[in-house]
Design a protein. Structure first.
Lengths: 346, 449
């Protein structure tokens, strides 16, 4: 049961990052690829109808994590207290900047909210990367299965650890460039003409940064967390995940001119990277840096079986419904976005 | 860690009270929008479609504010209450996860369709999306109330060796008898907020002689639904909720009523200030024997006072429990009076000419928010000193390693951020009211979200 829910939650989080990732990326990229207010509105309209549905994947994944692994939820949320609270504030700022920006057309108002959106999206991407970096590196769990990390200590992933050290910052930067690329490809997919061209060129530049970041973060992760290497040696079929990531990354540059394929390749890259991490960590869900025996795993941190079995029934029903709704919404808003004079908003 | 406990509690109370401003608007308006859309569908009158579009904009702004302030609630279970989460997650994780899976996906998807898809969906399709938004909002309410109800009245669980709660019966959890009263009582409270918001803005339009035809529609719908809701709020839902408290949390009932000493034929306190140190009610205005009758349907029944319970079982804020309860009941009574009077005038066909009545309806706008909040304060401070009633004390729930300083830092951060958010919300809603429903042509309905 623990393994099943480990996979399901990893899946939900992957869907979340693939979907909300492009919202964040578009929020970052909209200042670079759009050159005037009309174009900025077009960019924001590409994510306007979908962003809150995408964010629901985070809420649903959080709820599912709480239900399936209460000790993990308790340990990680309290241990990452400060960064998580900041993530909440950033999510609030991101949400209100998207929702409130378009109610007034005065340029001071829109510039202000564009700035807020950019900063919030950028920091969210960095925080998500750093959070994942912390999970991979391990945290100082005590015997009660709790820990607390300061925001930073000496920026080294050894000794008394902080949320931010060079490794987790690297992970944050990798997430930032990867999601900005993802978002730029989304914007290219959803727009036309000069805006489309600029988004594509921006993505082409970013690709190199993503490639460099991917190589460095992979190297650093294997250096720091021996558990990853052991997992791949023990179960070589898991190489499928890094293979998907690499294929996706290559696909992005190969298909750069075929926007639909390029965006799909980017989704594959995101999924492959997260899948690689999940596979490499399993069965750990939160490795202890202090003593491996204190690590929280999919087996020792799960809720009792009765609830998990019942949960499987409603989860499957729920995920089918959620998929149907999501597909319906994306279908409804399929196609290129343009701004016609009578259409206000975004 | 004692002071961290205080800050953790303050932070949860502050963030949840601020958050609940918005869901009570959206859950209430969701029903009223369905009513407007249904009238539009049945009569084919475009007036009601425009009215619905206007409220959809207010709904959209409130929904966005509700979503962004709602996520911190779920997160705080883990961040500030990790001991509680570790122990109780096996049970209440079920309802919280189901809320995400069954209501949020539903609500957010159909809201997008409702706000942006009127042209393409057609009349019936658009009506259907309004119904689904309503279903999502009310389902979400059910899961949240079921979660709270389990903390008020834990059922359907098993206790593991580590002291952690596990789920024993799925339907037992969802069918908790506490939920069955608390849910309708909560939802009808939200409906009253929705009705007051709609009727108050309608009254504002009539009194200021702008969009008066829409104003009359808003007042009429708000008053008719409101009078039904105001009565249901008192009976049977309020009465049923009270009976649950009398039966399972008698010490809470004693605190709510300010009853320090056990009495036969206990009086009902209308006014007065509890003096906990001297165990009496100062300046009391009471109705003799009424409390006994209301609680047990017998004028001479014995009602347990606080003296029947050990001090460490008393809610730690008896004064707050007492006042919030009295404010809730006092306002609820006032709402019945307002709505019954307005409904009577509406029936006589003279409501729109009675300007004093319209003034009352307009000025009543803040009070349903206060009443709903006071109700929740009664429930949650009344539950103290327990986090899970009778099972886990609140002092055993917080995250052991989160320092008081960290908790203060985030509490202050929320206060600052929510102040900004509150100002923005009022500003944007004010703009929509200024713009009015006439502006709600189909093309610009895409403005709202």
């Amino acid at each position: 049961m623990g393994t099943v829910w480990f996979c399901l939650i990893a899946l939900m989080l992957t869907v979340y990052v693939a979907l909300d990732g492009f919202d964040l990326g578009a929020g970052i990229a909209h200042l670079f690829v759009a050159q005037n207010e009309t174009e900025r509105r077009v960019v924001l309209r590409t994510i306007g109808p979908v962003w809150d549905g995408n964010e629901v994947w985070l809420i649903a994944a959080g709820g599912t994590l709480y239900f399936a692994f209460p000790p993990l939820y308790a340990a990680s949320f309290s241990g990452f207290y400060l960064p998580l609270m900041m993530v909440l504030w950033l999510l609030i700022l991101r949400g209100i900047s998207l929702e409130f920006r378009r109610h007034v057309t005065a340029s001071l108002w829109t510039s202000f909210w564009s700035g807020v959106l950019f900063v919030a999206s950028l920091l969210l991407a960095v925080f998500y990367g750093a959070a994942l970096g912390n999970v991979v590196r391990g945290v100082p769990l005590n015997a009660q299965g709790q820990f607390f990390e300061a925001l930073w200590t000496n920026f080294r992933p050894a000794g008394e650890k902080g949320i931010l050290d060079w490794y987790t910052i690297l992970a944050g930067v990798a997430a930032l460039v990867a999601l900005t690329l993802h978002g730029s490809l989304w914007v290219a997919l959803k727009t036309e003409n000069e805006l489309h061209e600029r988004a594509r060129k921006f993505a082409a530049k970013l690709w190199w940064a993503v490639a460099v970041a991917t190589v460095s973060i992979t190297w650093a992760s294997f250096e720091l967390q021996p558990h990853l290497h052991a997992s791949y040696v023990a179960r070589p079929w898991g190489y499928i995940f890094p293979a998907i990531a690499v294929a996706g990354l290559v696909g992005v540059i190969v298909f750069l001119k075929q926007e639909r394929r390029a965006f799909r390749a980017s989704c594959a890259y995101v999924a492959g990277m997260l899948g690689s991490v999940a596979f490499g960590l399993y069965p750990d869900v939160l490795p202890a840096s202090t003593n491996p025996a204190l690590s929280l795993t999919a087996h020792n941190a799960k809720a009792p079986d009765y609830g998990l079995k019942i949960g499987l029934i409603w989860w499957i029903i729920g995920i089918i419904l959620a998929t149907i709704y999501s597909v319906t919404v994306y279908r409804r808003f399929a196609g290129k976005v343009s701004v016609s004079p009578e259409e206000e908003g975004y | 860690m004692q002071s961290a406990l205080v800050v953790d509690r303050l932070q949860f109370a502050f963030t949840v009270m601020f958050h609940y401003i918005f869901p009570q608007v959206t859950m209430g308006l969701a029903l009223l929008i369905v009513i407007l859309k249904t009238i539009a569908l049945r009569t084919g009158d475009e007036h009601y479609n425009r009215a619905a579009r206007f409220w959809a904009k207010i709904f959209g702004i409130s929904f966005a504010a509700g979503v962004v302030t709602g996520i911190p609630m779920e997160f705080q279970f883990g961040t500030n209450w990790s001991e509680f989460s570790k122990l109780a997650g096996g049970v209440i994780g079920q309802t919280l996860a189901m809320e995400g899976m069954f209501s949020f996906f539903l609500e957010s998807s159909f809201l997008g369709l409702f706000l942006f898809g009127e042209k393409r969906l057609g009349r019936v399709g658009h009506w259907f999306s309004a119904v689904m938004v309503f279903a999502g909002a009310w389902l979400s309410g059910y899961f949240i109330v079921a979660t709270d109800a389990w903390m008020q009245h834990p059922v359907a669980y098993s206790l593991g060796a580590s002291g952690a709660f596990g789920l024993k019966s799925f339907w037992g959890l969802l069918g908790n008898r506490w939920t069955l009263w608390q849910y309708p009582h909560t939802m009808i409270g939200a409906v009253q907020t929705g009705c007051f918001v709609m009727a108050a803005i309608g009254a504002f339009y009539i009194l200021s002689q702008r969009h008066a035809d829409y104003g009359r529609t808003f007042v009429r719908v708000g008053v008719i639904v409101g009078v039904i809701a105001a009565i249901l709020q008192l009976y049977p839902t309020g009465d049923g909720q009270g009976a649950m408290i009398a039966r399972y949390q008698p010490v809470t009932l004693a605190a709510m009523e300010g009853l320090f000493h056990t009495e036969r034929g206990a009086p009902l306190a209308i006014l007065g200030q509890p003096d906990v140190a001297n165990q009496r009610l100062d300046n009391p205005l009471t109705i003799p024997r009424a409390l006994s009758f209301l609680t047990y349907r017998a004028w001479t029944a014995k009602v347990k006072g606080l003296d029947q319970f050990p001090r460490d079982a008393w809610p730690d804020q008896i004064e707050l429990v007492y006042f919030s309860y009295h404010i809730m009941v006092g306002l609820g009574t006032m709402f019945i009076a307002i709505f019954v009077m307005a409904a009577f005038l509406l029936w006589r066909g003279t409501l729109y000419r009675h300007r004093w009545m319209l003034w009352i309806i307009m000025l009543a706008l803040p009070f349903p928010f206060i009443a709903n909040t006071a109700g929740w304060i009664t429930a949650e401070t009344g539950r103290q000193p327990w986090l899970i009633y009778g099972m886990l004390r609140t002092s055993a729930g917080p995250s052991p390693l989160v320092s008081t300083g960290s908790a203060w830092f985030t509490l202050l951060g929320f206060m600052g951020l929510y102040t900004v958010l509150g100002i923005l919300y009022l500003f944007l809603v004010y703009r929509e009211i200024e713009r009015g429903p006439e502006d709600g042509a189909l093309t610009s309905s895409a403005v709202a979200s």
